[in-house]
Design a protein around this ligand. Structure first.
Ligand SMILES: [Zn+2]
Ligand SMILES: [Zn+2]
Length: 131
């Protein structure tokens, strides 16, 4: 039988990796955390991530990870926001805020347009001799 050994991303313990990058003990712990978080959010729907972290004892970074992975549903909790990785503005999904996601897409488009323009210039400049 094929067994994949990995170090748990969270506690560093060696375990048989199945699907997640944390060990079964940590997954179990996380499930318990989620129950605790959901219970807290039921009582405090307006809570921020910092509030939840203080109220449940779950680390801020773990909470953000849970939201990014979609394990913690937050659409009923408008204050559960974390900073965008690009501009630091609060966001509720993915790594970037909606504005940065849009800007990045536009930048990519711009770069492509520039490349096309440049290639065109090179072509039209060919065959010109200053002699
Ligand atoms: Zn672990
Ligand atoms: Zn942003």
């Amino acid at each position: 039988m094929f067994v994949s050994i990995a170090n748990c991303k969270r506690c560093g313990r060696i375990y048989n990796r199945i699907s997640r990058d944390i060990c079964p003990a940590c997954i179990k712990q996380e499930d318990e955390m989620l129950i605790e978080i959901r219970r807290y959010l039921k009582q405090h729907p307006e809570a921020s991530i910092t509030d939840v972290s203080e109220g449940t004892g779950v680390e801020y970074t773990i909470l953000v990870e849970m939201i990014r992975d979609g394990r913690l549903m937050i659409h009923n909790h408008p204050n559960l926001k974390y900073p965008c990785e690009r501009c630091g503005m609060p966001t509720q999904s993915g790594r970037l805020c909606a504005k940065c996601a849009k800007e990045l897409a536009q930048e990519l488009k711009g770069v492509r347009a520039q490349l096309i323009e440049k290639n065109g210039d090179e072509k039209s400049g060919k065959g010109y001799y200053s002699r």
